[in-house]
Ligand binder design. Structure first.
Ligand SMILES: [Zn+2]
Length: 223
């Protein structure tokens, strides 16, 4: 069975390739070399996260690794894609209630009606985010304004009263379960899979350096 032996040898080589023992952190894709961030071979796609210029560039072989590392990044950063939330039965049922027009409490304490879960195309607003310890839902007002609304603010008596006609006891049960799920983390397993791996540094393009702007933000420029 020479064929099988040869195959086993190839698997052995593959398993011992160092690039399989590494993980990547999403980074700016602007002015970045057009190669896979894991193995430097030809890339097939960019996986974007938070912004269209930010993410992981990968080859076909590292497509799954890129997905794992994007999810681990989201886990550590306190973000959950709305599309991933929809794959969870409880979160999806809770989100469905918020597709109706509901009332929220504004930062100044006023109750404002005419809000629903964000359904636009801007990638920045497609995440449930943990902001100052509160999981917040991206929501859109009929006027076009967007706002990250803390989910726990729906528990407030004045908000419950304002939503009396649209949100029932089932919603509030789903809300408590959803907050528990978000706190535990949807992407915990992706982060676990990274634990025995080493962080790979993304190769910098020749002539490009990282600098800090006067406003304190890191950016990359071509010299
Ligand atoms: Zn690769």
């Amino acid at each position: 069975m020479i064929y099988l032996r040869a195959n086993t040898y190839l698997v052995y080589i593959y398993m011992n390739t160092s690039e399989e023992d590494t993980y990547v952190v999403p980074t700016s894709l602007v002015m970045r070399r057009t190669i896979c961030f894991y193995c430097s071979r030809e890339f097939v796609a960019d996986l974007h996260v938070l912004d269209y210029n930010y993410g992981i560039r990968h080859c076909e072989l590292h497509r799954a690794a890129a997905h794992r590392d994007i999810n681990a990044f989201l886990h550590l950063s306190g973000y959950v894609w709305l599309r991933d939330a929809c794959t969870n039965e409880i979160l999806n049922a809770m989100c469905n209630y918020l597709t109706m027009s509901v009332s929220i409490i504004r930062s100044n304490g006023d109750i404002s009606n005419g809000w629903q879960i964000y359904n636009g195309t801007n990638i920045e607003h497609k995440y449930i985010r943990r902001i100052n310890g509160s999981w917040s839902m991206p929501m859109l007002h009929t006027s076009g304004i967007t706002k990250n609304v803390p989910l726990d603010s729906f528990r407030l008596p004045q908000v419950q009263t304002a939503n009396f006609a649209v949100l029932n006891s089932t919603f509030y049960e789903l809300l408590e379960k959803s907050l528990h799920i978000l706190e535990k983390g949807l992407y915990e397993s992706a982060r676990e899979q990274q634990r025995d791996k080493l962080l790979a540094t993304t190769q910098e393009t020749a002539g490009v350096v990282s600098v800090m702007t006067t406003s304190g933000q890191h950016t990359r420029v071509l010299l």
